[in-house]
Design a protein around this ligand. Structure first.
Ligand code: PNS
Length: 161
């Protein structure tokens, strides 16, 4: 059985992430969405909120699981028995850091491969940080995130005012 990990901060999950998850779920038998649990990054959403949002928007994809992890991605991949780490590339600017991360992970564990999915053009400008900034200033984020996530983001930003 081929198992892929799709790791990230998902603060919050966007349509760009969801597009990669759906495409990866067609290629691999199981896709584990791995949410990095790192309070040092001062995320807007708690790990429980991220799990709830990602489980909600992937509920119709049977071979997707959602899990949180701390520490090294490569250790989490090994624990999950994953063969592949999936990452999305939106633009050339993503490539440099992704290349370094893939090479570091390969140096740590030669068994696990990183595979890149090229982001669909319509989502090439979508990022969690843009979603947070637009929501912070009261802009409309409905093009960027599913409805369930939009409600959670709006709740969060209206509560912080
Ligand atoms: O959504 P992001 O913030 O681009 O995801 C980055 C993530 C979570 C994939 C990356 O920071 C990560 O794997 N962190 C875990 C720590 C680790 O393994 N670091 C070594 C990789 S060089």
């Amino acid at each position: 059985m081929s198992i892929a990990i799709y790791p990230g901060s998902f603060d919050p999950i966007t349509y760009g992430h969801l597009d990669i998850i759906k495409r990866a779920a067609k290629v691999f038998d199981k896709v584990i969405v791995g949410i990095l649990n790192n309070e040092a990054k001062h995320p807007v959403f708690t790990i429980e909120e991220k799990i709830e949002m990602i489980e909600n928007v992937t509920a119709d994809i049977p071979n997707v699981e959602v899990k949180a992890f701390g520490g090294l991605l490569i250790d989490f991949s090994e624990q999950m028995g994953a063969d592949v780490i999936v990452r999305g590339i939106r633009a050339v600017s993503d490539f440099e850091s992704e290349l370094m991360m893939a090479q570091a992970n390969k140096a740590l564990n030669n068994r696990v491969e990183t595979m890149f999915f090229v982001t669909s053009e319509i989502y090439s400008f979508v990022s969690s940080s843009a979603v947070r900034e637009i929501a912070h200033f009261g802009g409309d984020i409905s093009q960027f995130v599913p409805e369930f996530v939009k409600e959670k983001v709006e709740e969060k930003f209206s509560a912080s005012k």
